[in-house]
Design a protein around this ligand. Structure first.
Ligand code: CAO
Length: 205
C-alpha cells in the first residue's frame, strides 16, 4: 500500500521547528518511525489477529492472542541487524516513543542492547526510509505473524479528481504468516494503516 504522508510530514517538520526553540524538547527530533509505531498499535487493536504469536512445539501449533502492544523495529548497525523493542507503545506518547526508540537505536549501534531490550515483541517495523528503495519483502520475525516494511517516501503526482497534485507517498510492504492471516485481511490492515498515516487524527478515535 502507499500512504499519503504529506500532511503528517508537514506536521513533523513543524513540530521539530517548535522543539528546536523549546528548552524542554530541544534535543527531541520527532521521527516518522515513532508515528509508524503509534499507528501500528491502532491497527493491531483493530485487527487483533496481527497481535498474536504462532508457537510450534513438537508439531503442535498454538496461537497466542496478546493483550499488550510491544513494537519492535529493525536497526542497522556496524555489527549487523538487531531488533530492539518499544514496550507498551499503546501507553506512550509519540514524543516518549521518539525518545525511547532513539535510546534503543543508540544502544544498538554501540552494541549495548541486552536480551530484555530485544524480547517480547508483538509486531515488527523495518524502516529503510533513511536509505531508499521502493518496496521490499520483509521476513516475518517468528513467532510474530506479521511485519511492516517501509521505504523512502517520495513526492508523486496524484490525481485529485481535477488535477495532478504533488503528494508525499510512503511505500509500505506488509508480510504476513498465511497460517494466521489471509491476504484479504493483510490488505485491509495495510489500507487501514495508510488511512491512519494520511490523517493521524484517526489515532485519537
Ligand atoms: N522516507 C523519507 N525519509 C525518511 C524516512 C522515510 N520513510 N524515514 C526516515 N527518513 C529520513 C529521516 O527523516 C532522516 O532525515 P534527516 O537526516 O534529514 O533528519 C534520515 O532519513 C535518516 O533517518 P534514520 O533512518 O537514520 O532514522 P529513523 O529514526 O527514521 O530510523 C532506524 C531509525 C534505527 C530504524 C534506522 O536507522 C535503521 O537502522 N533502519 C534500517 C532498518 C533495517 O536494516 N531493516 C532491514 C531489516 S531486514 O534485513
Amino acid at each position: 500500500e502507499d500512504a499519503d504522508i504529506t500532511d503528517l510530514e508537514a506536521f513533523r517538520v513543524a513540530m521539530n521547528k517548535e522543539n528546536e526553540k523549546s528548552a524542554q524538547f530541544a534535543n527531541v527530533k520527532i521521527t516518522m518511525l515513532a508515528f509508524l509505531i503509534k499507528a501500528s498499535v491502532m491497527a493491531l487493536k483493530k485487527f487483533p489477529e496481527f497481535n498474536s504469536s504462532l508457537d510450534v512445539q513438537n508439531g503442535e501449533m498454538s496461537l497466542v492472542m496478546k493483550q499488550y502492544f510491544n513494537i519492535a523495529f529493525a536497526a542497522d548497525t556496524p555489527n549487523g541487524l538487531v531488533v530492539p523493542v518499544v514496550k507498551n507503545a499503546d501507553q506512550k506518547s509519540v514524543t516518549q516513543i521518539v525518545v525511547e526508540s532513539g535510546e534503543l537505536a543508540r544502544k544498538a549501534r554501540d552494541g549495548k542492547l541486552g536480551p530484555a531490550d530485544m524480547s517480547g515483541a508483538c509486531f515488527t517495523i523495518s524502516s529503510l526510509g533513511g536509505i531508499g528503495g521502493t518496496y521490499f519483502s520483509p521476513i516475518v520475525n517468528a513467532p510474530e505473524v506479521a511485519i511492516l516494511g517501509v521505504n523512502k517516501s517520495v513526492m508523486k503526482p496524484v490525481w485529485n479528481g481535477r488535477e495532478f497534485a504533488p503528494r508525499l507517498i510512503l511505500p509500505m510492504s506488509l508480510t504476513a504468516d498465511h497460517r494466521v492471516i489471509d491476504g484479504a485481511l493483510a490488505t485491509r490492515f495495510n489500507v487501514y494503516l495508510a488511512q491512519l498515516l494520511a490523517d493521524m487524527r484517526r489515532v485519537l478515535l
